[in-house]
Write a protein that binds this ligand. Structure first.
Ligand SMILES: [Zn+2]
Length: 288
């Protein structure tokens, strides 16, 4: 009889979409789960994209047997496999020392996705980057859409590893198709007509170093606020260009980069919504 009751209960929980059933408390401890706090949020606020700089066997070996890890690994087979290596409820070690807006150590607040890709090789003709396979990006787009939906990730919170660690990382590199992600509705993209409209002004007069540093920081990059065009500032500018203008990412302050930054940091005005009165009877009490 008891077995039947438990079976019915587990079926009901499954039908209710209950993903995890808490284990029963130890004997002597009574936990009442009938209440729930409003003030809580999802651990996952960011998705960070990487390339592995290794072939598949080595990528699997490193990501499953060493300290470094990722939640997902997208292979480079003709029909890529997407491996889940770490449960999304848990932290993986993919970001390292990292900064974005108020966050540092992004591992705690993100899902990391590694894509099998060798990165680049330096040749006498210059640095050559390895392209991603279209099938890899197709799988990545499906994976991103699924994660975004389940965790309600904001478009500006899908980032490359180089964006959160601009002084030491280059991945996912200039051949990663951020524009495709924008076309899929996954990330924000500077509207080309607005960029074109602002370009002449910046061609006439380029903003000073402090303006570039301030707008880069406004987007989220960790960048000095000194007014001095130093190596750290150049590196961050190059990372920004790698994403939004991958045809030229030398880290130089130029008019087109200024126009791109301007458009990304000045969103179109949204018509104000009618004020909504607070529901009757709702009180807020200070909590320390
Ligand atoms: Zn990386």
């Amino acid at each position: 009889m008891k077995i039947v009751t438990l079976t019915v209960l587990s079926t009901l929980l499954a039908l209710a979409g209950c993903a995890t059933v808490p284990p029963p408390p130890p004997a002597g401890l009574a936990i009442d789960r009938t209440l729930s706090a409003r003030g809580q949020s999802d651990r996952v606020k960011y998705i960070i994209v990487h390339y592995t700089v290794s072939d598949l066997p080595r990528s699997i070996k490193i990501l499953t047997t060493q300290d470094v890890s990722a939640h997902y690994l997208v292979t480079d087979a003709d029909q890529p496999t997407v491996y889940s290596l770490v449960d999304e409820s848990r932290q993986s070690n993919h970001a390292g020392y990292s900064n974005w807006k108020i966050y540092n150590q992004l591992n705690a607040a993100s899902i990391g996705i590694e894509i099998v890709n060798p990165g680049y090789k330096d040749t006498p003709q210059g640095r050559a980057w390895y392209p991603f396979k279209p099938a890899q990006i197709d799988q990545l787009v499906l994976l991103l859409k699924d994660i975004v939906k389940r965790h309600n990730i904001r478009p500006e919170n899908i980032l490359g590893h180089n964006e959160i660690a601009p002084q030491r990382k280059l991945d996912p590199g200039p051949l990663f198709p951020w524009k495709r992600l924008a076309d899929e509705g996954l990330i924000t993209w500077p509207e080309p007509s607005r960029v074109a409209a602002r370009l002449p002004g910046y061609q006439q007069q380029l903003p000073d170093v402090f303006w570039f540093q301030r707008t880069l920081a406004q987007i989220g990059y960790a960048v000095p606020q000194t007014g001095v065009f130093d190596t750290a500032t150049r590196n961050v500018l190059a990372v920004f260009q790698t994403k939004y203008r991958p045809t030229l990412f030398d880290g130089t302050m130029d008019a087109e980069t200024a126009a791109l930054l301007d458009v990304l940091t000045s969103p179109l005005p949204v018509l104000p919504a009618a004020p909504v009165a607070a529901p009757a009877g709702v009180e807020t009490a200070p909590v320390e």
